[in-house]
Design a protein around this ligand. Structure first.
Ligand SMILES: C[S@@+](CC[C@H](N)C(=O)[O-])C[C@H]1O[C@@H](n2cnc3c(N)ncnc32)[C@H](O)[C@@H]1O
Length: 263
């Protein structure tokens, strides 16, 4: 295991703190009672961290997103953990009827609105819906979208949702329509035992900086191996690819990209 892979993550946390901490101090100064609201401070911090990190990550992953999202997202698209709304730029406006941006961090909503408007999705004509609940709150999602959605997109979000097994199950079985598509670009557990050990060791610190993000979830495997109550796969077709040339074997930020179509 190369020391540089661990060092890179520690450096990333330091940079995250550099962007998040001043925003937290400003928020406490404006509203001292926030000192006792860790969850709110974490979200203030993440909204600020994700300005440079989100833009950088979007730039870095543009090619993969163009290949994953643009040709496959259609109909009503539910974007899990929309962040500042970068996914909307990959939607083909001729086949996507509505962009549903699920983002529990309300400090990020203004940018989602701006980004979506730039490519023609607006709340005024009901082509944009912003939800403030978490992905795990599938009852609220369903009552807001009224019917199962055609596409679910998750970019770097299933690493953060609480109760990931139950949440994935509910999203696929209750929220995704039959014939619908699930598209994901997620960082996942590295196959190498030593790298996975470091992912788990660093996660308690990492999740403090990045609002609950876990480095060590095998999300790709959970999705691929998903079964219904009768032990049957919900997928008609599935395809996971790791951008091999991009993942260093020892990286602690191993990215997998995949598309699944529901039966
Ligand atoms: C690493 S960011 C990715 C943002 C966006 N998908 C992108 O690629 O730019 C993870 C996002 O998940 C959101 N998030 C946190 N908890 C969540 C939850 N329970 N359900 C859905 N999203 C959540 C965070 O607020 C954050 O915006």
């Amino acid at each position: 295991m190369k020391f540089s892979a661990i060092f890179e993550m520690v450096q990333t946390m330091q940079i995250g703190l550099k962007f998040g901490f001043p925003a937290v101090l400003r928020a406490i100064f404006r509203s001292p009672s926030l000192l006792f609201n860790w969850a709110a401070l974490s979200r203030v911090s993440m909204a600020n961290i994700w300005v440079p990190f989100g833009a950088g990550s979007d730039q870095d992953r543009r090619e993969e997103k163009q290949k994953l999202i643009t040709p496959h997202a259609h109909g009503v698209v539910l974007d899990l953990g929309a962040g500042h709304g970068h996914t909307v730029n990959y939607l083909d406006r001729t086949v996507v009827t509505k962009y549903v941006a699920l983002e529990p961090n309300t400090f990020m909503h203004p940018r989602i609105r701006e980004m979506a408007a730039e490519v023609g999705f607006n709340e005024s004509d009901e082509t944009l819906l912003i939800l403030s609940c978490g992905a795990e709150d599938t009852a609220s999602i369903l009552s807001s979208v009224h019917a199962p959605v055609d596409t679910i997109v998750s970019v770097l979000t299933l690493c953060t949702v609480p109760f990931p097994h139950q949440t994935i199950r509910a999203l696929v079985f209750d929220i995704l329509a039959p014939g619908g598509t699930l598209l994901f670009l997620e960082h996942v557990r590295n196959d190498r035992a030593d790298a996975a050990w470091w992912q788990t060791a660093l996660t308690p610190m990492w999740k403090r900086v990045f609002d609950g993000c876990c480095l060590d979830r095998p999300t790709d495997i959970w999705l691929k191996d998903l079964k219904d109550d009768d032990g049957q796969t919900p997928w008609n077709e599935g395809n996971i690819w790791d951008p091999k040339d991009r993942n260093d074997q020892e990286t602690l930020f191993w990215v997998e990209v995949g598309q699944f179509v529901k039966k």
